[in-house]
Design a protein around this ligand. Structure first.
Ligand code: B16
Ligand code: MG
Length: 216
């Protein structure tokens, strides 16, 4: 990339470690239905919408339910999830996030959140991160879930920058695929074996500074 103008951050798993709570809430729901899910299966749930998650889980358990029941089950999962995140505060923002956001702003780089979560505005408020971003695209604003690039393309459009001038930070396989389909540079956060399509991989945002990004 030759002209960095904007950074787009996934939320769950990049700004805050909420993936474990999504997993616990889905696991409890699966167990109430008589089966379980493990961390390996959970990789498929990362980055994808609640509606896709419930379909994948019911398929995994070999369970077929009506559309109404499906809605009820996914609402139940969200209630459990909201309980888990009820005590989250600014102390839960992952290391390096605030300092990188401050550095980016200082250098005139625009910032966005690109998340599949419908809880994103609520969570960003709790984390006291809302004002650090120029743009927010969340699960209520998109019609096609990751790995479709819609969430990131919409973020770039709202910031009025071209996709090739954006860097995406992502922890999910589906999110990395979405960023690459959008034509953006992608920094994977997590296991390089899982995020093999990312342009580079780090353990967390704390490993990245503005200068690292400016020379890409
Ligand atoms: P909600 P991200 C995603 O957020 C999560 O990775 C995924 O596990 C979750 O199912 C999805 O949001 C929907 O979340 O149920 O809160 O609307 O990683 O794209 O920020
Ligand atoms: Mg994520």
């Amino acid at each position: 990339m030759n002209n960095l103008q904007a950074c787009i951050f996934d939320m769950d798993g990049v700004l805050v470690s909420t993936e474990k709570y999504h997993f616990l809430a889905w696991k409890e729901l699966a167990e109430s239905l008589g089966f379980t899910i493990d961390e390996v299966f959970n990789e498929q749930l990362k980055g994808v919408s609640r509606a896709v998650c419930i379909d994948l889980i019911l398929q995994h358990g070999g369970i077929d339910v009506s559309a109404d029941e499906k809605q009820h089950l996914s609402d139940k999962k969200n209630t459990k999830y909201l309980k888990y995140i009820s005590t989250i505060s600014r102390n839960d923002v992952l290391p390096g996030v605030v300092s990188l956001l401050e550095e980016l702003r200082k250098h005139g780089i625009k910032t966005a959140v690109g998340s599949a979560s419908k809880n994103a505005p609520f969570l960003l408020e709790k984390l006291e991160l809302t004002t650090f971003f120029d743009v927010l695209v969340d699960g209520t604003q998109i019609s096609q879930p990751k790995p479709h690039p819609e969430v990131f393309l919409k973020g770039a459009e709202k910031m009025a920058v071209q996709p090739q001038n954006c860097i995406v930070f992502e922890d999910a396989q589906s999110g990395v695929q979405a960023a690459k389909s959008a034509g953006m540079y992608c920094v994977g956060i997590g296991n390089p074996a899982i995020l093999s399509e990312a342009d580079m991989c780090v353990n967390g945002v704390y490993e990245i500074s503005y200068l690292d990004l400016a020379i890409l």
